[in-house]
Design a protein around this ligand. Structure first.
Ligand code: HEM
Length: 502
């Protein structure tokens, strides 16, 4: 079947440039705004201009002037992600991919290129791959993970606490998620500075990104092979053993998906929450008065500075309508998380406290809604809480307005967060009991069972429960293990050695 012509501009005149003197001058073909380059330096302001000009769904241009829609409305974004009959994540449907204008040489190709992973899959293939991810995720013991997060925080704080100064981005937020994720994937020994650097490098898309990607993939392929030989009670082991029967390549690709998506998003979230904690007088005053919890600050940050500001993309499976615009089959659409979160129809007053409300778009929605959100939240909650316990007098060094941000279409994150505090001696770090029982696979909604999660309003889980197929259920332990109170002499040195990879 011949695809419909691609016309997200709602005009057939994409090739025409505006005449000199026209206010559209400096824009791209058809007078459309570009989402990159000098005019997109302040993307937040550009989205608001687009909202004023076009409403909830606006036509824009990507690099190489490839046309696409950006969805700015909260309801329209939710409708798009929740209507898989009309909108798909399979980029092979996109007219720009089919006609080669968004081909392999396009700067956004790494975001666009279709891969056999659950975030690009649809229908039965999606259920199979996502079912395996959800099944493996449901075996994660939430309490144990919180202990690992706390422990990793203590080790990181020990690295800088005697100095009285630190950069909480490079010395904390960029490390904690990687340490925890390596633990979840069952490869704690692989965590080190080099893996953090390689991951940051490949996400930045620098000229060394390909080599960094190879470095990360080699680690994941080796780890998959090792787990195939020696099954383990970790995410990787459960992914391999899931009845969906993933190949080694599929397992390694999903480990990469989890490691990269989770790492970048959680590192951004941590830095953003720390910034709120340091600068927002409401939070500081309330924290002292015991009125605002860290989880509430996390939720506020997920509204105001979502870790992914946009996701490229969704693709129309048929002619349809969204936000009053005609969308043609084969059109591409950007999930506008940041603009959707500040849609004036849901947030008429941006300064109003969201009080832990979870209906933001930070984790997407519908069949592809982030399955790791409770882990991301736990890393931010426990990490920030534990850091504040160790450094209760921590203050931002310098002025808030001097903080530098790095932005791209998909994320906006802090470059550094310098702080000072009264120097503290390092503290000894307790080990996490190694033999916590492996719980049977649970349903997605059971992953986060802390009080705040249970009481906060949230959307319904988007997948049918049957997608998390049950696996081997180990016998229940006779009693819950208790952390060993006695620490062997020299434990701190051993932890340091482990941490540094000796
Ligand atoms: C603050 C932290 C996180 C944020 C903000 C975040 C955000 C997102 C977003 C926006 C999506 C795309 C949703 C869509 O297309 O509608 C996504 C998908 C995904 N996330 Fe997360 N994520 C976070 C943490 C994690 C963690 C910790 C894990 C795993 C341990 C994870 C695993 C995944 C996976 C596997 C997908 C693909 C799901 C699918 O397509 O079916 N994420 N995430």
């Amino acid at each position: 079947m011949t695809p419909e012509p691609h016309s997200p501009a709602g005009t057939d005149d994409l090739a025409l440039d505006p005449p000199p003197g026209c206010p559209a001058h400096g824009r791209g073909p058809g007078g459309l705004h570009r989402l990159h380059g000098p005019e997109a330096e302040d993307l937040g302001a550009l989205y608001e201009e687009l909202r004023d000009e076009h409403g909830a769904v606006a036509p824009v241009l990507l690099h190489h002037d490839v046309p696409i829609w950006v969805v700015l409305g909260h309801a329209e974004n939710l409708h798009m992600v929740s209507t898989p009959t009309h909108f798909s994540r399979d980029s092979r449907l996109w007219t720009a991919v089919k006609d080669g204008t968004a081909g392999p040489e396009h700067p956004l190709a790494p975001h666009i290129a279709w891969q056999p992973i659950c975030s690009h899959a649809e229908g039965v293939a999606h259920l199979r791959l996502r079912g395996a991810v959800m099944g493996a995720m449901s075996t994660i013991n939430h309490r144990t993970i919180r202990r690992h997060i706390n422990r990793a925080t203590q080790i990181l704080v020990n690295r800088f606490c005697e100095k009285g100064r630190a950069d909480l981005v490079s010395q904390f937020a960029e490390h904690l998620p990687m340490a925890v994720l390596c633990q979840i994937l069952g490869m704690p020994d692989e965590y080190d500075d080099r893996l953090v650097q390689a991951t940051r490098d490949l996400l930045k898309g620098t000229e060394t990104a390909i080599a960094s990607n190879e470095y990360v993939m080699n680690i994941l392929i080796r780890h998959t092979a090792r787990r195939r030989d020696q099954p383990g009670d970790d995410f990787t082991g459960h992914l391999i053993n899931h009845p969906a029967g993933l190949t080694d390549d599929e397992v390694a690709q999903h480990l990469r998906l989890v490691l990269l998506a989770a790492y970048e998003a959680t590192a951004n979230l941590l830095a953003n929450v720390l910034r709120v904690v340091l600068i927002d007088p409401r939070f500081r005053a309330r924290l002292n008065g015991g009125q605002m919890t860290v989880p509430e600050a996390v939720e506020q940050s997920l509204w105001d500075e979502p870790p992914f500001s946009a996701v490229l993309g969704y693709f129309a499976k048929q002619d349809t309508e969204l936000g009053g615009r005609t969308i043609r089959r084969g059109d591409g659409l950007i999930l506008g998380i940041a603009p959707g979160n500040i849609d004036p129809r849901v947030r008429p007053d941006l300064k109003a406290d969201m009080m832990g409300n979870r209906s933001h778009l930070a984790f997407g929605g519908g069949p592809h809604e982030c399955p790791g959100q409770d882990i991301g939240r736990a890393i931010a909650d426990v990490g920030v809480e534990a850091l504040l316990m160790r450094l209760p007098d921590v203050e931002l060094e310098g002025d808030e307005d001097e903080l530098r941000w790095r932005s791209s279409m998909s994320s906006r994150h802090l470059v550094e967060l310098p702080v000072y505090f009264e120097p503290q001696p390092p503290e000894e770090v307790e080990d996490v009991p190694p033999a916590w029982p492996v719980p049977p696979q649970r349903q997605p909604w059971q992953i986060g069972t802390d009080q705040s999660a249970a009481s906060a309003p949230r959307r319904e889980p988007s997948l049918p429960m049957s997608t998390a197929a049950p696996m081997v259920t180990p016998p229940a332990p006779a009693q819950a293990p208790v952390p060993a109170p006695v620490r062997p002499a020299g434990a701190w040195q051993r932890f340091l050695a482990w941490w540094r990879g000796y």
